[in-house]
Design a protein around this ligand. Structure first.
Ligand code: APR
Ligand code: PHB
Length: 388
């Protein structure tokens, strides 16, 4: 088999890149280890920056998002019961769109299917070769070996995929922070407890009230990574959530049977560089942010936009300037977004063993936000998505 751009991974990053390339007439093939249903079974965050909304529109994938997504002009930040509304619209002139990543993925999958561009699901043993010269990918499907030659490889295969591991270890630098807690999440078919998202710091741990629609809510509480899901009945979860959020929000909380419940660890991670030879890394293959700032998908979409620009320049103008510049260009935003996600995580979580000084500093940071529209503006600019 042969294609111009081989994409590994059919998550949102791989699918979006595929769609942009297909629309530009650039041949591409996606190799995905799992089935489409498996990919759609993963529940992830659901806040889209304007830049992500624009990219979905540009890709022709925005119709259902505009019909069903919920534009939010603000959110609530709470500290031990005190509440501060961050008025995104007033502070930045921009809003965010609440629309689940699962739905973004579904829309991109449907588009790919109608475009006729090939996706090979169930591709096992994917291995990358000659990324410095004439790249090839070997894999197996239904037990049969196969080979794909290409001009470029886009590694959109998430944190555990083979692409990053195919970079020579001597050129790769990894930066990581693993947080001493996780998030226990519940998805439930009940109207949200509040009209906007509520992020809450509490000495018992962080809590978040989010949503997927007017009738479906997504709630999280900070938990120990060693917690056992089986120990968390729905009632125990709602009891704990209610303790950590403002009383009025707790009073409005509608309990219902969890349709999904899972524990996710929190981690910050960046790989450098994000290109070697003809291999690029994008999305979770390149970086992980803790979910506190809702930046994972948005950052992945920014990578893909830049990667598409670089590849389009190569094929249309015969210039590799964009290819050469890709890594530096995306790393600039990645690090600024890592900083934001880390700082919001640090402000809002209860760190095991934290001394009283650390707690007072967290409180002082919240108080500084309350009293300073300038600090609120910086927060809002980061939350709605950095413009430059
Ligand atoms: N071979 C083929 N495909 C693979 C392999 C492999 N060996 N390993 C992983 N994959 C696939 C996964 O099955 C998955 O479908 O790569 C895809 C990667 O998708 P995601 O993990 O969703 O990553 P990405 O597309 O970069 O999306 C980033 O997802 O995790 C969130 O916060 C993150 O919202 C952000 C978004
Ligand atoms: C979610 O709805 O899953 C969500 C929203 C905001 C976040 C993280 C997750 O910061």
């Amino acid at each position: 088999m042969k294609t111009q751009v081989a994409i590994i991974g059919a998550g949102p990053a791989g699918l979006m890149l595929g769609q942009l390339l297909t629309r530009a007439g650039i041949d591409n093939l996606i190799l995905e280890r799992q089935s489409a249903d498996y990919v759609l079974g993963r529940i992830r965050a659901g806040v889209l920056e304007q830049g992500t909304v624009d990219l979905l529109d540009e890709a022709g994938a925005g119709a259902r998002m505009h019909a069903e997504g919920l534009p939010h002009s603000g959110f609530s930040l709470c500290f031990d019961g005190d509440e501060l509304r961050i008025d995104l619209e007033a502070l930045t002139g921009r809003a965010v769109m609440v629309y689940g990543q699962t739905e973004v993925t579904r829309d991109l999958m449907a588009l790919r299917q109608s475009s006729g561009a090939p996706t090979l699901y169930g591709a096992k043993d994917v291995a990358l070769h000659d990324i410095d010269g004439s790249p090839r990918i070997t894999f197996t499907r239904d037990g049969a070996p196969a080979q794909l030659s290409c001009d470029f490889i886009a590694g959109c295969d998430g944190f555990h995929g083979p692409s990053r591991a195919a970079m020579p270890p001597e050129v790769l630098r990894l930066f990581e922070r693993v947080y001493p807690f996780g998030w226990l999440g519940v998805l439930v078919d009940r109207p949200p407890a509040a009209h906007e998202l509520v992020y809450a710091h509490h000495e018992r741990g962080f809590a978040l009230c989010s949503m997927r629609s007017a009738t479906r809510s997504r709630y999280y509480i900070q938990c120990d990574t060693t917690e056992n899901l089986a120990d968390w009945s729905d009632d125990r979860f709602y009891d704990e959530l209610s303790r950590r959020i403002p009383a009025a929000t707790a009073a409005a909380l509608q309990r219902g049977p969890a349709i999904e419940k899972s524990i996710a660890p929190l981690r910050s991670f960046v790989a450098e560089p994000l290109r070697h030879g003809r291999l690029f890394l994008a999305g979770d293959a390149a970086h992980i942010v803790p979910p506190t700032g809702a930046k994972g998908l948005n950052l992945a979409m920014h990578d893909v936009r830049c990667l598409y620009d670089a590849l389009a320049e190569h094929y249309r103008a015969g210039s590799d300037a964009g290819v050469e510049h890709y890594s530096a260009r995306v790393l600039d935003r990645i690090w600024r977004t890592e900083r934001f996600s880390w700082s919001l995580t640090t402000l809002l979580h209860s760190f095991p063993g934290a001394d009283p000084f650390t707690r007072r500093i967290q409180r002082a940071e919240f108080d500084a936000l309350v009293s300073s529209p300038k600090l609120q503006t910086v927060l809002a600019e980061n939350y709605t998505g950095l413009v430059s």
